[in-house]
Design a protein around this ligand. Structure first.
Ligand code: GLY
Ligand code: MN
Ligand code: MN
Length: 424
């Protein structure tokens, strides 16, 4: 908060699903990042110190209420929250609108994310107008409004040791869920049965939620990038692509594995699979301090494009395929995104012409793929093969640590695991 001022960070609203039922509540990631407080109906106010005074953190939250707690569960209440979480002050949320003009008066800047939620925009605008209306009594409204999230994005991009420990743990749980799915899968089982195995494994190890809706895509469904129907039977001879990760203490894991429903890769499946695995290895080798966000993608792309040429999926030179982007017919997404509290985490990717430099503590996914839809100019043996292999990498001083390595990905390892699960 350079230049001082007051920051407002509300948590997420509860969302009704249908009559008297709500979607599972998930606190806003920024709010949770700063407070660790996960109850709904709360706002954090940060006041930067001025003229030598200390900065202050103030929480507004739900009051203690014996009747509501009987129906809905425990609430910390302002006093409990202050003691437990270490806020400098805490008040009931019902007082927020009345106190806000006083908090804003005579502050040089308001740090707030306008446009995120129109009801919050209205509340803040009306408090600002109240202060403006008192100018004759000498009060001044902040003359600058800045996006508090932009400031927090830069902080969230580089994880500290505690955050990385949690991310290691959620990766371990999520990798175990993929192993469980590999052991469970067989022809005739339904995609949703596999999804249930994943969710079971996340939850039994303490994950609060899946970090996103699992993609359990058998056969041709693997060529639908955001397939979440998960309602089809698995067929002998098809591949199964699973993209799933748990969320633990507010941190996401994001893993994709692709493996054969019957436990054995066919020749064409193995060709595409090993190409994607080679591309992933090239991308992982490019993750190190001094590299930038685009380097892993460029490394994966070179391998994938050359493989597509070698397999006669594409014609032309490597340079021409990359320049014309003809590879996008089979590889249409990028190789990485930031990972943290959000599966597609906060943080800028580019500053003007420059991709973000990688520094220790950043966490990114490495997820190349190849998706072949049926077409007259494509060998039929490759039709409907969709492969993605996705791991999560923490940038370290010497390169990177793959925190999702518990889920096997070499063909021999996958086949051995599946053989073992079937009793040899
Ligand atoms: N699971 C979402 C993604 O891989 O980006
Ligand atoms: Mn991902
Ligand atoms: Mn994913």
């Amino acid at each position: 908060m350079a230049g001082g001022g007051v920051a407002l960070i509300p948590t997420a609203p509860e969302q009704a699903r249908n009559r008297d039922a709500h979607f599972p509540y998930r606190a806003d990631s920024y709010f949770q990042y700063l407070t660790g407080f996960t109850e709904p109906e709360a706002v954090l106010v940060l006041v930067a110190g001025k003229d030598g005074s200390e900065s202050r953190s103030i929480l507004f939250c739900r009051e203690k209420n014996a009747e509501r707690e009987t129906w809905d569960g425990f609430r910390h209440g302002p006093d409990g929250a202050r003691e437990r979480f270490g806020f400098d002050a805490a008040h009931v949320i019902g007082d927020f609108d009345a106190r806000l003009p006083g908090l804003l008066a005579d502050q040089p800047a308001l740090w707030f994310s306008i446009g995120q939620d129109s009801s919050w925009d209205g509340r803040v605008a009306s408090a600002l107008n109240k202060v403006r209306g008192e100018s004759r009594s000498g009060k001044r409204a902040p003359s600058v409004i800045r996006d508090v999230r932009a400031e927090l994005d830069a902080m969230r991009l580089v994880k500290d040791a505690t955050e990385i420990d949690i991310m290691r743990r959620v990766s371990e749980i999520s990798a175990a869920a993929h192993v469980r799915a590999m052991r469970f899968v067989a022809p005739g089982r339904f995609e949703y049965e596999v999804e249930a195995e994943l969710l079971h494994e996340f939850r039994r190890h303490g994950c609060e939620f899946p970090a996103y809706t699992p993609i359990v895509a058998g056969g041709a469904n693997a060529c639908i990038l955001h397939y979440v129907g998960n309602d089809q039977p698995l067929r002998d001879g098809d591949l199964l692509l699973i993209d799933a990760g748990g969320e633990l203490s507010g941190y996401a894991s994001d893993i994709t594995r692709t493996f054969p429903v019957n436990g054995r890769f066919s020749g064409p499946q193995a060709d595409i699979y090993d190409l994607v695995l080679d591309a992933q290895a090239a991308a992982i080798a490019a993750v190190r301090p001094g590299a930038n966000f685009a380097d892993p993608h460029d490394a994966a792309l070179k391998v994938l494009a050359q493989g597509m040429i070698d397999m006669k999926l594409l014609a032309g030179s490597l340079d021409a395929v990359i320049e014309s982007e003809s590879y996008k017919r089979f590889y249409m997404h990028r190789t990485s995104h930031w990972l943290g509290k959000d599966v597609h985490d906060a943080g800028e990717y580019k500053d003007g012409e420059h991709w973000a430099p990688l520094v220790p503590g950043m966490v990114l996914t490495i997820e190349p793929g190849c998706y072949v839809r049926p077409a007259d100019d494509v060998r039929e043996a490759f039709w409907n093969i969709g492969v993605r292999i996705e791991d999560d990498a923490v940038v370290t001083a010497g390169g990177c640590e793959i925190i999702t390595a518990g889920a096997p990905k070499a063909i021999a390892d996958i086949e051995a695991l599946m053989r073992d699960a079937r009793g040899g």
